[in-house]
Ligand binder design. Structure first.
Ligand SMILES: Nc1ncnc2c1ncn2[C@@H]1O[C@H](COP(=O)(O)OP(=O)(O)OP(=O)(O)O)[C@@H](O)[C@H]1O
Ligand SMILES: [Mg+2]
Length: 448
């Protein structure tokens, strides 16, 4: 999350380096709905069929297809994709609200698929709380009692649960409204109650299934900021489903982009926008203002010791956005130096910054060695690797991406200025990405 780059963490995430053991470990996960679903994952012929062919041949829908990923402690892991791409199914499989067909899911190394009923209940109540779009508040109970409900079913005594609930109610900005019934609240306030209820149980992971999609854009932004704050201040681990690209870019440390049940790319927002894995992803992110997502690392070249201008420019942090660097360069008239703890990693000049904006990132600088035919390795270690625009990052490589903090938000932040619908509006384009895989038969609530 953006602010995480600049704000020291005070919560549990502080103990966790990116290399810490993952909270969730998902491997080769399949969920197939339909008759004799279990034969599908292992059958090479069936798995090679398109979703329509598979449905026609077998009556089955492969909602999640061979998905593998880790969710690291303290990160916001976003699952994004069009309607019907398998997001809800995937996230529900994590706590077996939907039973996976095959593959493995572990939480803190414990096999979720081997859990008995009691252990599962404990998992859902204490370790991984879900916040739904329709938050399912109890209409005849007060805000406070709704928030305390999760603790009640955990068997926490009345005084203690009310005290804890009051604390969380304040945390989500609902103080003063404790005695109201849900019907006396706005949609946004109700969503805060839903969030507070999930938080009251102090779960290790919060799972959000499109929690804000029913809210109007302003309230939605408020709630997004609430999530950012919770993440920043408490280091909460979150898995957040959305079909809204701007929401994904704003909230996600990493984003898994789904299509037809598969994760087509998994990476940081910068990787997804800067190195789309295929044409589908490229089309998806086409209208994102690149300068607000990409960092100066993408535009860097080595400092030229013979250039007077290179040493005179302003300093920017390695996670500064290209947009921030453009401003710094424009104001000073010199290339900006990318500084990390007193060390100059390189410089960014106008040409390179504009190249990133235009999606025409320059090639790595020519080697300073005299030989024009020097092998590519001659420049190794000199330049920060830039990924040429349009080059597809192999998804295997992207899948290895460690969680990295997003660039600091500057003023209006790195969120993309999209419409409330989540469709990028920068280029005045309002068409959605290709609708392949869009299901006509989207369920409301899926069950096992
Ligand atoms: N219980 C079910 N029985 C049969 N098919 C199902 C069931 N639940 C989901 N599906 C199918 O699985 C696919 C993925 O559905 P899922 O609800 O996971 O999508 P989603 O990405 O969450 O979509 P949305 O954005 O509309 O919520 C869809 O094709 C859907 O029709
Ligand atoms: Mg869904």
């Amino acid at each position: 999350m953006n602010a995480a780059a600049t704000t020291p963490r005070t919560g549990p995430a502080q103990e966790s380096a990116p290399s810490a053991a993952p909270v969730f470990t998902v491997r080769n996960l399949w969920k197939v709905f339909g008759p004799k679903a279990e034969r599908v994952p292992g059958d090479a012929e069936l798995t090679s069929l398109t979703p329509t062919e598979l449905r026609e041949r077998t009556g089955c829908t492969a909602a999640v297809r061979d998905v593998s990923f880790d969710v690291h402690k303290g990160e916001v892991f976003v699952v994004m994709g069009l309607s019907g791409s398998g997001k809800s199914t995937l996230v529900r499989c994590l706590t077996r609200l939907i039973e996976p067909t095959s593959g493995s899911v572990a939480i803190d190394g414990e096999d979720v698929l081997a859990m008995d009923k009691n252990r599962l209940r404990e998992l859902r109540r204490h370790r991984a709380s879900m916040v739904f779009q329709h938050f399912g508040l109890l209409p005849h109970r007060s805000v406070l009692d709704n928030v305390a409900y999760g603790l009640e079913i955990q068997g926490v005594g009345k005084a203690e649960r009310r005290e804890k609930a009051a604390e969380v109610v304040t945390k989500v900005g609902l103080e003063g409204l404790e005695a109201r019934r849900p019907g006396q609240l706005s949609g946004g306030q109700q969503q805060r109650v839903g969030l507070a209820r999930a938080l009251a149980a102090d779960p290790e992971v919060l799972l959000f299934d499109e929690p804000f999609s029913a809210l109007d854009p302003l309230i939605r932004r408020d709630m997004q900021e609430e999530v950012v704050r919770l993440h920043r201040e408490e280091g909460r681990t979150m898995v957040f489903i959305t079909h809204d690209l701007s929401e994904a870019l704003k909230l996600g440390d990493r984003i898994a982009l789904m299509r037809d049940g598969r994760v087509v790319q998994l990476g940081t927002p910068e990787e997804i926008v800067g190195s789309p894995a295929d044409d589908y992803v490229r089309d998806f992110v086409r209208d994102v203002p690149r300068e607000q997502v990409m960092t100066v690392r993408r535009a860097m070249r080595p400092l030229d010791p013979d250039s007077a201008a290179d040493g005179r420019g302003p300093a920017v942090a390695p996670d500064a956005t290209v947009s921030e660097a453009i401003e710094a360069v424009a104001r000073s008239g010199f290339p900006a130096r990318v500084m990390d703890e007193g060390r100059c990693l390189g410089v960014v000049d106008q040409e390179r910054l504009l190249g990133v904006v235009a999606g025409v990132e320059p090639p790595p600088p020519a080697p300073t060695l005299p030989s024009a035919s020097a092998p590519p390795s001659a420049s190794a270690g000199r330049a920060a690797p830039t990924v040429p625009a349009g080059s597809a990052a192999p998804s295997a490589q992207v899948r290895q991406a460690e969680p990295t903090r997003k660039p600091p938000a500057a003023g209006t932040s790195a969120q993309s200025p999209t419409t409330g619908e989540g469709r990028p509006s920068a280029a005045g384009k309002a068409t959605p990405p290709p609708a392949a895989g869009k299901a006509e038969d989207i369920p409301g609530e899926v069950t096992a």
